[in-house]
Design a protein around this ligand. Structure first.
Ligand code: 13P
Length: 252
């Protein structure tokens, strides 16, 4: 049985190295739990060295984005730097980056760049809001098709992961997150979109994660939908709550 996946997206936290150390010490107490899952931590770049050294016994390093393009771009972090740092997974197309203007075409380019470097692209998709007419489903289909437009081969498709992160559910609380029934439907829908692109067998091999206010309170009910893992924001900064989310995945 494949391990379930847990990704911590620390975004721009914690605000000091000593707080990073406190958080890691908290996480370490439950290293055994994280080892039973495929656990990834995506810290701010400034903490890469410290986090990668101190967490490598129970998790893998992830990046919150990757850069494509020229090596001379000031402020960008190239994929070969990430690769040399031991980054195993890159969050690509997060809604917070799409909100800054990142297009599906750029997302597609980043996915190909990650794949070439042997880094797993975790491709984020999600609608800004839900409408009764179901237009948001068309939006998701379009976003997936364009974001994955550079992936032609089934073998490449099998090497990606998708995170469904509805924008309206991000950074809120468990009661504002997607409910289990809606998530179950979305899983079926995304698998169908993937299956139309790459065939059923390949589509079934692509791990599907959920992100958007996953907390200790809703993790268990969301796990029962058949989701393959979680992409966790604010709760990943609280070692004890994060551990409860990890346990929910393990007790599936
Ligand atoms: P929250 O868990 O804080 O809602 O963040 C979700 C997210 O954006 C993870 O990438």
């Amino acid at each position: 049985v494949k391990k379930l996946i847990l990704v911590a997206n620390w975004k721009n936290h914690p605000d000091s190295l000593s707080r990073v150390e406190d958080l890691i010490n908290g996480l370490k107490k439950k290293a055994e739990v994280y080892k039973k899952l495929s656990t990834f931590i995506a810290p701010p770049l400034a903490y890469f060295e410290s986090v990668s050294k101190k967490t490598k016994s129970f998790s893998s390093l992830a990046s919150q984005d990757i850069s494509v393009g020229k090596k001379t771009t000031t402020g960008a972090v190239e994929v070969d730097i990430l690769q040399n740092f031991g980054v195993k997974l890159a969050i690509i197309g997060h809604s917070e980056r799409r909100a800054l203007g990142e297009t599906n075409e750029e997302v597609s380019e980043k996915i190909i760049t990650a794949l070439k470097a042997g880094i797993i692209p975790l491709v984020c998709v999600g609608e800004a809001e839900r409408d009764r007419e179901g237009e948001f489903l068309e939006f998701i289909r379009h976003q997936i098709r364009l974001s994955l437009s550079g992936i032609k081969k089934k073998d490449e498709a099998k090497s990606i992961m998708i995170a469904y992160e509805p924008v309206w559910a991000i950074g809120k609380s468990s009661k504002d997150a997607v409910g289990p029934e809606d998530l179950t439907q979305m899983i079926i829908f995304i698998r169908k979109v993937l299956s139309d692109l790459y065939g059923r067998e390949t589509a079934d091999k692509i791990p599907l994660l959920y992100g958007g206010s996953v907390e200790k309170e809703n993790a268990e009910s969301l796990v029962r939908t058949g989701i393959n893992g979680f992409l966790v924001g604010h709760e990943s900064l609280h070692a004890e709550n994060f551990q409860k989310i990890a346990l929910a995945l393990l007790n599936k």
